[in-house]
Ligand binder design. Structure first.
Ligand code: ARG
Length: 478
C-alpha cells in the first residue's frame, strides 16, 4: 500500500482502545476452536501462551501503525512469536465479526464506568439536597422569578434527570452485550464452531444471531451515543445554571478554587472554565452522534469499511461524557452554597402572586381566572398588596370587595409568606421540606439498587473472563 493510503485507511486511534478486547476475543476463539477439535491441543497451547505474552507486553509491542489494524497486528505478532502455527488462530473468524465483538466489549466496560460515575453524581446531588430542604430560593420560568422553591427541590430535579440518563444506559447495555463473533465475514463459516461457547467465555448475555446482521449493525453504537447526548443535555443545563449562579448578579454559589480558573490579565477574575467546557463538550458529543448516524445512513449490507469511521466518534463521545459527569460531580461536591443570598432573592419580583390568587379563589370562591386578573393588576406596582389595595382593584374589576367575601389582612399575609408558600406545596413532587425529604429517601433507595445492578453486571463479566483466563493458563501449560 502507498504510505498515504495506508495512513488514510488506518484505524489506529480506536484500535488502541480495543487492544485488550481483541486479545480476549482471540483467546476465547482459540479455546473454542480447540474444544471443537478444529485445532489441536498442542497448537492451541502454543497460541494461547503467545497471546498471554502479547497481552502482557501491551499494545505498544504489536506495532499497529505498521499494519492495517490491530487485528492484523496481533496476528502477525503471534506468527512472529510462534511461527506458522499462529496462522491457525483466524480459522472460522473474520475481522468483520472480530471488530464488532471488540467494540462491544470495549464499550460495555465504558458504559459500566459511566453508569458508576452517574450513580456518584446522583448521590452527590442528593446529599447536598439533604442539607438544603429548608433553603428557600426563587424558582424560575423564562429566567424570571416565578414561584418560591427550595434548593433541595431544584437539586432533586437534576438528580431525577440523571437517574433517567442512567436508566437509558442500562437499556442500551442490554443491546450492547450481545456477541457477533462467529458471523465471520458475513455468511458465518463451514467450520463447526460453537458460537454460544465464545459468547459465554467473553461474558456476553446472548448472540447477535443472524450473521449478516452481526457484522452490519452499529445500531448499538448509535443507541449509546443517543444516551450520551441526552446525558450531555442534562449536564449542560446544570453547568449553565452554575455559570449563571456564580456571577455577581446571582451570587447563589461560589465555585471551589479547584474548579475555577483565573484570567491572565484581570487579577480579580474567577472564571467557570470547566463548566463552560462541559457546555462546549455537549456540542462535541452531539457532533460525534450526528457523525455516527450520517456514516451508517444508507450503507448497503453487510460490512463496509465505512463502519470503521464510526468507532472513533463513539470513543470521543464516551470520553467526553464520562469526563463531564466527573467534573460536574466535583463542582457540586465542593461549591459553596450561599443560602442567605438565595433566600434574599425570593423577596424580589412578587413571587408569591400565585399563592395569593389561589388563596382568593379558596376564600372568596371566585374563579381562578378572575383572581389571576386582580392579582395581576396589583403585581404591576411590584409591591406586596394589602387587603385594602386588593379591595380597590376588585371593586373596579368585579364590582365587589373581597373583604366582604371573607378575605382578611391575616389571610393575605399568610399567602404572601414565602415559607408558608413552600409548606403548603406538600403534594407529591412538591417543594415542601417533608416531601423533599421523602423524595431524597426514595431516590437513595434507587441508587442502592442501581449500584447493585452494576455490580451484578460487572461480576458476570469478571467471572467469565477469569474463567477464560484460567482455561487459557491451563491450556497454555499443556
Ligand atoms: N478495522 C476495521 C474496522 O474497524 C476492521 C477490519 C475489517 N476490514 C476489512 N477490510 N474487512 O471496521
Amino acid at each position: 500500500m502507498d504510505k498515504e493510503v495506508a495512513k488514510f485507511t488506518s484505524s489506529i486511534e480506536a484500535d488502541q482502545w480495543m487492544f485488550k478486547a481483541d486479545v480476549l476475543v482471540d483467546k476465547a476463539h482459540v479455546v473454542m476452536l480447540c474444544e471443537q477439535g478444529i485445532i489441536s491441543k498442542d497448537d492451541c497451547s502454543v497460541i494461547l501462551k503467545a497471546l498471554d505474552v502479547i497481552e502482557k507486553n501491551g499494545v505498544a509491542s504489536v506495532n499497529i501503525s505498521t499494519h492495517e489494524d490491530v487485528h492484523m497486528a496481533i496476528e502477525s505478532k503471534l506468527i512472529e512469536l510462534v511461527g506458522e502455527v499462529g496462522g491457525r488462530m483466524h480459522s472460522g473468524k473474520s475481522r468483520n465479526d472480530e471488530v464488532a465483538t471488540c467494540i462491544r466489549i470495549a464499550i460495555r466496560d465504558e458504559l459500566l464506568e459511566l453508569m458508576c460515575e452517574l450513580v456518584g453524581l446522583r448521590q452527590t446531588l442528593l446529599s447536598l439536597a439533604g442539607k438544603h430542604t429548608k433553603t428557600i430560593m426563587p424558582g424560575f420560568t423564562h429566567m424570571q422569578h416565578a414561584q418560591p422553591t427550595t434548593f433541595a427541590h431544584h437539586l432533586i430535579a437534576h438528580a431525577d434527570a440523571f437517574e433517567r440518563d442512567f436508566d437509558r444506559l442500562v437499556d442500551a447495555y442490554v443491546r450492547v452485550n450481545l456477541c457477533p463473533l462467529g458471523a465471520a465475514a458475513l455468511a458465518s463459516t463451514g467450520f463447526p464452531i460453537n458460537r454460544e461457547r465464545t459468547a459465554q467465555l467473553l461474558g456476553f448475555d446472548d448472540l447477535i444471531e443472524n450473521s449478516m446482521d452481526a457484522v452490519s449493525t452499529r445500531d448499538f453504537v448509535i443507541e449509546c451515543m443517543a444516551a450520551f447526548a441526552n446525558t450531555m443535555v442534562d449536564l449542560s443545563r446544570i453547568a449553565e445554571e452554575f455559570i449563571l449562579w456564580s456571577t455577581p448578579e446571582f451570587d447563589f454559589i461560589e465555585l471551589d478554587d479547584r474548579y475555577a480558573s483565573t484570567s491572565s490579565i484581570m487579577p480579580q477574575k474567577k472564571n467557570p472554565d470547566v463548566l463552560e467546557l462541559v457546555r462546549a463538550k455537549t456540542g462535541s458529543v452531539y457532533g460525534d452522534t450526528m457523525s455516527a448516524l450520517a456514516i451508517c445512513k444508507a450503507l448497503p449490507y453487510s460490512y463496509n469499511i465505512d463502519l470503521q469511521e464510526v468507532t472513533p466518534h463513539l470513543l470521543k463521545a464516551v470520553e467526553n461524557t464520562r469526563a463531564s459527569v466527573r467534573i460536574i460531580t466535583g463542582v457540586v461536591d465542593t461549591m459553596q452554597v450561599k443560602s442567605d443570598v438565595m433566600a434574599a432573592a425570593t423577596e424580589v419580583g412578587f413571587i408569591t402572586a400565585t399563592e395569593l390568587a389561589d388563596t382568593i379563589v379558596r376564600v372568596a370562591k371566585i374563579p381562578f381566572r378572575t383572581a389571576h386578573r386582580i392579582v395581576g393588576a396589583l403585581a404591576r406596582s411590584g409591591e406586596k398588596p394589602t387587603v385594602e389595595q386588593i379591595d380597590v382593584v376588585a371593586k373596579k374589576m368585579i364590582g365587589k370587595r373581597l373583604s366582604d367575601m371573607g378575605l382578611t389582612q391575616e389571610i393575605v399575609d399568610e399567602a404572601l409568606d414565602i415559607e408558608q408558600n413552600i409548606r403548603v406545596r406538600s403534594i407529591r413532587g412538591g417543594p415542601s421540606p417533608d416531601e423533599c425529604e421523602r423524595m431524597i429517601k426514595e431516590r437513595k433507595k434507587n441508587i442502592a439498587s442501581d449500584a447493585k445492578l452494576l455490580k451484578q453486571k460487572a461480576d458476570k463479566i469478571n467471572v467469565a473472563l477469569k474463567q477464560l483466563n484460567a482455561i487459557v493458563r491451563s491450556g497454555a501449560q499443556k
